[in-house]
Design a binder for this molecule. Structure first.
Ligand code: SF4
Length: 118
């Protein structure tokens, strides 16, 4: 299986063509540095993303707390994580980097506040 990956590690945005199967990468072409090759391997085999969103604030209609994952999450877990985040409400006060949801979906990654409120 072939996959074209645009490297986002630096602004150059190299187009890297990766060939492999579900378990390993056989070849990669188009990268310009080692960091790009590492990015392409990860993106091909187990892509991850930082999840940035908001959660409801308990007792305050319409106000939302901005949050993000403390580390990148597996891309195939993002929808499951969002289902949990949508059902979550936080109580004020909240400080930046406070854990809002610990170990979301068993990933070992916390969802943390990105703003002080209250
Ligand atoms: S492969 Fe290297 S040079 Fe190209 S975008 Fe990625 S980090 Fe930048």
């Amino acid at each position: 299986m072939k996959k074209e990956i645009i490297c986002t590690v630096c602004p150059r945005g190299c187009h890297i063509l990766v060939e492999g199967d579900e378990k390993s990468v056989f070849s990669a072409e188009g990268y310009s540095c080692k960091r790009g090759l590492e990015y392409a391997n990860t993106e091909y085999l187990s892509p991850v993303r930082i999840l940035t969103t908001t959660v409801k604030i308990s007792g305050i209609d319409g106000d939302l707390l901005p949050v993000r994952s403390a580390k990148p999450l597996p891309k195939d877990k993002l929808s499951e994580c969002m289902d949990i985040i949508k059902k979550t409400e936080v109580k004020l006060p909240v400080k930046r980097y406070d854990t809002v949801i610990a170990d979301i979906c068993g990933t070992g990654t916390d969802i943390v506040a990105t703003k002080d409120i209250g």
